[in-house]
Design a protein around this ligand. Structure first.
Ligand code: C5P
Length: 312
């Protein structure tokens, strides 16, 4: 008898870098009020789903062994959420091919959740509008709505409320991937701790002002202007937890980048370069400097979670 092997539904989802990350004081619900500018990068995870007897996750690629394959994986929670919406069991096998650094401050886990939502909506033929998808994404995590949407966007609230940012041109990045990841909640806690010890006038809440100059620079499409305005309030906390990242940041600039910044909660360091040639030479030099586990190049902005042609 012929057995029919189900075709997987496959979705590609980008990494993100925060060009600006203003972090306010902790809210009553434990989250921090943010004002952030996200850019989606060409580094991506690929998520495939097929019907199965029960929910499972398999991870392949760089650092796959560090990714949980149980209910602590956001993709697992995305499958359970979508199954509830569909009124069915989450009986799917999810495969995640990691291209995004694990626990690297580049929304890898959020990407996998966004990809699972999109893949299951297609596999189960669910008619879910954009607004509903965005709400489901926000329920899963603060960065998941941006992983769905991609491009360049201003994020407020805990990062989940998005408005489009006008961005001209293509930006060329070099990413220094660290040997070990950092836990986002721990970096937020370290930031609170640093601020308790060194309280400043900024504690009145000016952290989350709109980054207007950066928005203008993005509209101009000049990477030099953008590089001068990269800012991350979480950087001191990530550097306090991983002092060696200072060396990595210096090495990237010495290797030819316009500027370097910790990506989100880190520890990935993101370096903005003038053009693709500069990114390639910076990446080559940084690789030889021995300050990180791996070096990648990427461009942005790119689209958010997208079905790959040929998926059902
Ligand atoms: O939203 P998400 O579940 O991805 O956030 C992970 C953790 O990061 C939260 O539990 C919280 O500790 C921290 N966080 C925060 N403020 C934000 C976003 C995340 O404190 N705006």
């Amino acid at each position: 008898m012929l057995s029919v092997v189900p075709r997987p539904v496959t979705v590609r989802v980008p990494a993100k870098v925060n060009l600006h990350l203003g972090v306010g004081l902790p809210r009553r619900d434990g989250y921090h009020e943010l004002t952030t500018v996200f850019q989606a990068l060409s580094l991506s995870d690929t998520i495939s789903v097929v019907p199965a007897d029960e929910l499972s996750i398999t991870v392949t690629g760089d650092s796959a062994r560090e990714v949980p394959v149980d209910g602590t994986n956001l993709a697992w929670r995305a499958a359970e959420l979508m199954a509830r919406i569909a009124g069915r069991e989450p009986a799917v096998a999810i495969t995640i091919a990691k291209g995004i650094p694990v626990a690297g401050g580049m929304a890898g886990g959020s990407a996998d959740a966004a990809g699972t939502l999109v893949a299951l909506a297609r596999m189960w033929h669910l008619e879910i509008g954009r607004d509903k998808m965005r709400d489901l994404a926000a329920e899963l995590g603060s960065d998941v709505p941006f992983s769905l949407r991609g491009g360049t966007a201003l994020g407020t609230g805990r990062g989940e409320k998005l408005t489009t940012v006008l961005s001209r041109g293509e930006y060329h990045w070099v990413l220094a991937v660290a040997k070990e990841g950092l836990s986002t909640p721990e970096v937020f806690r370290e930031l609170d701790h640093l601020r308790e010890n060194y309280s400043s006038a900024d504690d009145t809440g000016t952290y989350t002002e709109s980054p207007d100059e950066l928005l203008q620079a993005l509209a101009s499409g000049d990477p030099r202007r953008v590089a001068d305005l990269l800012h991350n309030d979480m950087q001191p906390a990530a550097l306090s937890m991983r002092p060696a990242l200072r060396r990595t940041l210096r090495a990237g600039v010495d290797a030819g980048a316009l500027a370097g910044i910790i990506s989100g909660s880190g520890p990935t360091c993101a370096f903005l370069c003038t053009d693709s040639d500069a990114a390639v030479t910076t990446a080559a030099e940084l690789s030889g400097a021995g300050v990180c586990r791996a070096v990648r190049t990427a461009t942005g902005p790119v689209a958010g979670a997208r079905l790959i042609d040929g998926s059902l």
